[in-house]
Design a protein around this ligand. Structure first.
Ligand code: BG6
Length: 461
């Protein structure tokens, strides 16, 4: 395969931006029907109305100088019943979105599925059921057949680790431990089917997984804490990448499963699929690092919700998240650790030797639109700059980096916190309940990123 040119880009997901949640044949996803009783946060019915404004949004993003735009396609628009009939309106919409990206001289990078499972499939047990693998395979084959001519960069399933380890609570259902890890296995097999189908249907295409990976530190040099970090690294990070890249169930993860009484149902026919289909590159989402200690007897989780992206992680007998006193936090209690990105990338490279595209990295913050309609987000510039420097050091140290696509291209509705937690280079004028005019305003970070891309590209010419 030809060497990849480094891509400066940005990322989005469909459900967090599009809105139009019931238009043109779309069915509800688990995100659309999510319970929001206690939090007055924006829902996804309108989001930032990207479904109707994608042409102006894509143009504005192209003017920022990015060369790649990551978006996701919602299963609910392509096969609204989850399985069966294809919705032609959905196909045509994304053909046009993708063509618009190409016409604006950007490369589309497409995630096949970003947290927004058709509700109808969740009602049948979702990923705990083996039938999901066939349903997903049929869906991605529709994507590859219809968009394979235009799209050569594909990402499989967004963050299966976060989806399984934390987000069920948010989505209003809860798997038992056994179901959760059977869902892990089914997701990993589904991903292998996507890799196989992509290579069959798009011979000049590339496909990679897109987990959320951050290296886990031990709280101290106590041997028990070292083991706590070893376990959490395997459960949170390596289990997903080992399966994808090496076709094996990580041995430490396996011992964790055995110790917690989990028995995975593995079919004999999976063996061939798993051992013959591998990704071309790795998409990595990185926001923060994690630090854990060995939990003392009698200790319990902090507030009952395990959130894999904050320090609130807990597993009896294995690990407990703690505050890392050496690191600062953002407004939403996520630890900021740019050096952790370098460590994470080098660890991934050491284990897997595949090209890496950063598919998410960014700062959720409260932004203010000033009276003269500007957004001075120096804190975001600082965060991004520090992480970019860290990525470049990893690159200098031999990691094959093929792209940086931070989160997010535009303001979008944060999965956990609504619109008040903003990530974008472009401000969208709405608040949690008041849609205002949804007007777009480039932030200071937009101009900074534009300048940086220009300089970096000149340097590499
Ligand atoms: C990643 C997801 O886990 O984290 C994104 O892929 C999400 O969809 C991002 O937006 C940040 O999380 P949050 O909860 O702040 O939106």
């Amino acid at each position: 395969m030809a060497k990849n040119k480094f891509l400066w880009g940005a990322s989005l997901s469909a459900h967090q931006t599009e809105g139009a949640w019931n238009e043109d044949g779309k069915s509800p996803s688990v995100q659309d029907v999510r319970p929001r009783a206690n939090k007055q946060i924006a829902d996804f019915t309108v989001a930032v109305d990207h479904y109707h404004r994608y042409r102006e949004d894509i143009k504005l993003l192209a003017e920022m100088g990015i060369k790649a735009l990551r978006i996701s396609i919602p299963w609910t628009r392509i096969i609204p019943d989850g399985v069966g009939e294809v919705n032609q309106a959905g196909i045509e919409h994304y053909q046009d979105v993708i063509q618009t990206i190409l016409d604006n001289h950007m490369i589309p990078v497409i995630t096949t599925y970003h947290f927004d499972l058709p509700e109808v499939l969740q009602k049948h047990g979702g990923w705990t059921k083996r039938a999901m693998i066939d349903a997903y395979e049929a869906y991605v084959r529709v994507l590859f057949t219809n968009f394979g001519e235009q799209v050569k960069h594909w990402l499989t399933i967004n963050e299966p680790n976060i989806m399984l380890l934390s987000d069920q609570k948010i989505l209003g259902f809860s798997y038992t431990h056994q179901e959760r890890y059977q869902a892990f296995y089914n997701l990993m097999i589904a991903e292998k089917q996507a890799i196989k189908a992509c290579h069959e249907l798009i011979p000049d295409g590339q496909i990679g997984p897109v987990p959320n990976i951050s290296y886990v530190y031990p709280a101290t040099s106590k041997p028990e804490d070292i083991r706590a970090a070893m376990y959490f690294n395997s459960v949170r990070n390596w289990a997903y990448l080992d399966f994808s890249v090496k076709g094996l169930i990580n041995p430490i993860f396996k011992s964790y499963l055995a110790a917690t009484g989990i028995n995975l149902t593995i079919l004999p026919e999976d063996r061939e699929l798993v051992s013959q289909n591998f990704p071309d590159f790795l998409g990595i989402n990185y926001y923060t690092s994690a630090t854990v200690e060995f939990p003392q007897v009698g200790q319990d989780r902090m507030n009952g919700v395990s959130d894999q992206q904050s320090e609130d992680v807990f597993e009896h007998g294995f690990y407990k998240g703690v505050t890392n006193k050496y690191l600062k936090k953002n407004d939403f209690n996520w630890t900021i650790d740019p050096l952790g990105l370098e460590t994470t990338l080098e660890m991934i490279n050491d284990r897997y030797h595949l090209p890496i595209m950063i598919t998410e990295n960014g700062l959720g913050a409260y932004d203010q639109l000033t009276e003269d309609q500007q957004i001075h987000d120096q804190y975001r510039i600082d965060y991004l700059n520090q992480h970019i420097q860290s990525m470049l050091k990893a690159k200098d140290n031999g990691v094959e980096m093929i792209g940086y696509l931070p989160w997010s291209a535009l303001d979008l509705i944060s999965v956990h916190e609504g619109i008040k937690k903003r990530y974008g280079f472009v401000y969208v004028d709405r608040d949690e309940q008041d849609l205002k005019d949804l007007k777009r305003y480039p932030k200071d970070s937009y101009y900074w990123y534009k300048n940086l891309i220009k300089k970096m590209e000149q340097k590499n010419e």
